[in-house]
Design a protein. Structure first.
Length: 368
């Protein structure tokens, strides 16, 4: 069974951003124990940016300038990997670093190369440690960075479980750090992540880029990929093995969807930033939800935003409920002309299909 462990910056670093050898030693020991039952473990690690910020003069804070963050990553990566190598060597575990980006999961050639590399490492008994290539990452796709990478990796490798280690115990019914939160409850199990409306406090330190919002988004991706996700505290004793063996109560478990999405549709649904919105009528909604059809211009009531061909957009029904996402075959200006009927009949026919069904992902519960 293949399993993924994702650990966040705040669980690996001290308040000043320097790497906590104690935290990494604990993680290495617990992964070594878990490998006795689960040989195919992949670690997705944040922390490189946090580890490099101090060298640039940023102590206990995280700047927003992408150039500084990329430089910090370049500084922090070797420090982080050296610490991992030292800790895992105590258990005779060799490690390998893989720097990945979201596009690696959706360009077929890169997708196959990434999968074969990870599989070869696992076959050879090497622990792959994956991190987003922050030093050259595109800011437009870095929201949730390694949380998102972990979910995509789980899909790539057909993993059965994803464990997300953070500095909070799991998902709460409301922010436990706010006043008047006597009734706050740790949510132990989520059957359908699409229906959860939880506010979580204290889930991300100043040095991290994720937080519980990005972890929920990653858990949602994993759920649509058919993967069970557990969100738990990195400080809990034996959290790795206990999570995969499902021993005792720990954190929050998010169950998978019964019909997993393909890698490409998972990317369309969750990994790319939508550039606009389309409001469609009931007939178009029925056509795409129940009949599996493409989205045609005739069913579009309104368009919002500026987008080009190939960009992602959200599709909402007449009640403004999100029902799908897809990649458009028309730009916003072309669609506007089509809707305003400022084109010839021949052009209308050519521009009639806005999103082909293969580039469309239905997200409404009704469809599933």
């Amino acid at each position: 069974m293949t399993v993924i462990v994702k650990v966040g910056t705040s669980s690996l670093t001290k308040p000043d951003g320097s790497i906590s050898e104690i935290a990494i030693d604990k993680l290495a020991k617990e992964i070594a124990i878990a490998k006795q039952d689960f040989s195919d473990i992949i670690l997705v690690s944040s922390g490189a940016i946090g580890a490099g910020l101090a060298d640039l003069g940023y102590v206990g804070s995280r700047p927003t300038d992408s150039r500084i963050l990329q430089a910090a990553s370049a500084i922090g990566q070797p420090k982080l990997m050296a610490t991992y190598a030292k800790s895992f060597s105590k258990y005779n575990i060799s490690i390998a670093q893989l720097l990945m980006a979201p596009d690696d999961f959706f360009v077929r050639k890169r997708y196959l190369h990434a999968r074969s590399t990870v599989e070869e490492l696992l076959t050879s008994g090497i622990l792959p440690i994956v991190n987003e290539n922050d030093a050259i990452a595109d800011d437009a796709i870095r929201w949730g960075d390694n949380d998102r990478i972990a979910a995509l990796l789980a899909q790539l490798l057909n993993a059965e479980q994803l464990l997300m280690l953070t500095d909070t115990d799991g998902i709460y019914s409301q922010d436990p750090k706010k006043k008047n939160s006597e009734n706050v409850k740790l949510i132990r199990e989520i059957g359908s992540i699409d229906k959860i409306d939880a506010v979580v406090g204290g889930a991300s330190g100043k040095l991290g880029s994720g937080g519980m919002e990005s972890k929920l988004a990653a858990a949602k991706m994993a759920s649509w990929a058919g993967v069970t996700t557990t969100i738990a505290a990195a400080t809990r004793h034996n959290v790795v093995a206990d999570s995969f063996l499902q021993l005792g109560e720990l954190g929050t478990i998010i169950h998978p969807k019964p019909k997993p999405l393909s890698a490409r549709k998972l990317w369309i649904a969750f990994a790319v930033q939508p550039k606009g919105k389309l409001i469609i009528d009931k007939g178009a909604q029925e056509a795409i939800e129940e009949n599996g059809g493409s989205l045609l211009a005739v069913g579009v009531l309104e368009q919002h935003g500026t987008f080009e061909r190939g960009d992602a957009v959200e599709i909402l029904n007449e009640k403004s409920e999100l029902i799908a996402r897809g990649l458009v075959s028309l730009s916003s200006s072309e669609l506007k002309d089509s809707l305003n009927k400022n084109v010839s009949e021949a052009e209308k026919m050519q521009l009639s299909e806005i999103i082909h069904r293969d580039e469309l992902v239905i997200l409404s519960e009704k469809h599933y």
